[in-house]
Design a protein around this ligand. Structure first.
Ligand SMILES: Nc1ncnc2c1ncn2[C@@H]1O[C@H](COP(=O)(O)OP(=O)(O)OP(=O)(O)O)[C@@H](O)[C@H]1O
Length: 255
């Protein structure tokens, strides 16, 4: 597959939920279509409850559609795929495992060679700046550090695609900026495709090549914005005039 080839195609997907016994169905996704290129970073914003997490869960293969389809590398998605990793808002680490053991988890399941695992874990600990914390347990770490463990645990398996559902929303402003910079550093190294949901419009634009704006439920796409800034990006671009215009454009839909 060439760089810039389409890796993900969302084709007219529909999703309804039964709100409860005998009650009417809730129409969540309304004929949603878009595509993501290999190595692209795509952000999704939209009003609370419009169906963003539902969309990510469908792409990750955790939920089924009621119409249309999701195609990953031209193959219909019917369930989870080991090439797609998911990072949630809460780091969801294994509380009884240390930082190193959490990061090694997937490689241990795959029964990789012990020395390979040790070396890879050591590399990833360095990449996410957690040297010195190898033997700590999750509850001895800040949420930002836990999220770095979650990122390392996901990326050590070399996924082609990373799906992130509001990954930094529980963090304070400074930590969030630090995590955004870390994510871009990791993307620069691995060039994985990233699809992420955020409520933070600045984050949506700063990180992404393309920002998709969803309407209120049932969600349909109301804008697809190509973010023109070159990479590597510095956080100072948020003061740029062009950046402010894009931010106003997105906020205009959400306010
Ligand atoms: N498993 C489920 N069963 C029934 N309804 C559900 C289920 N999951 C989500 N919903 C409903 O679907 C709608 C969309 O939910 P979803 O979590 O996808 O929205 P969201 O855009 O991610 O919200 P937020 O921005 O607040 O996180 C909501 O009305 C929610 O109540």
């Amino acid at each position: 597959m060439k760089v810039n080839d389409t890796i993900l195609k969302i084709n007219n997907i529909e999703k309804n939920y039964a709100a409860g016994e005998d009650s009417e169905k809730v129409h969540v996704l309304n004929s949603l279509s878009f595509s993501v290129k290999k190595g692209e970073i795509v952000s999704i914003v939209g009003p609370s409850g419009c169906g963003k997490s539902t969309l990510l869960n469908i792409v990750a293969g955790f939920e089924k559609t009621d119409g249309g389809g999701v195609f990953y590398n031209n193959t219909r998605v019917f369930g989870p795929n080991s090439e797609i990793a998911v990072v949630f808002q809460a780091p969801e680490l294994f509380l009884w495992l240390t930082v190193s053991e959490n990061i090694a988890f997937g490689l241990n399941i795959k029964k990789e060679d012990k020395q390979v695992i040790k070396d890879k874990v050591s590399d990833f600990i360095k990449l996410v700046n957690l040297e010195g914390f190898e033997k700590f347990y999750p509850n001895q770490l800040s949420i930002g550090m836990q999220q770095r463990v979650a990122l390392a645990r996901a990326l050590i398996l070399s996924p082609n695609m990373l799906i992130m559902d509001e990954p930094f929303s529980a963090l304070d402003y400074q930590t969030r900026i630090m995590m955004q910079k870390l994510l871009l550093k990791l993307w620069d190294k691995f060039k994985m495709t990233i699809l992420f949901v955020t409520h933070d419009v600045e984050e949506a634009i700063f990180l992404a090549d393309k920002t998709i704006v969803l309407s209120k439920r049932p969600a349909k796409i109301i804008d697809e914005i190509i973010v023109p800034f070159e990479r590597p990006r510095q956080i100072s671009i948020i003061a740029d005039n062009e950046f402010s215009k894009l931010k106003s454009r997105v906020l205009g839909y959400l306010m």
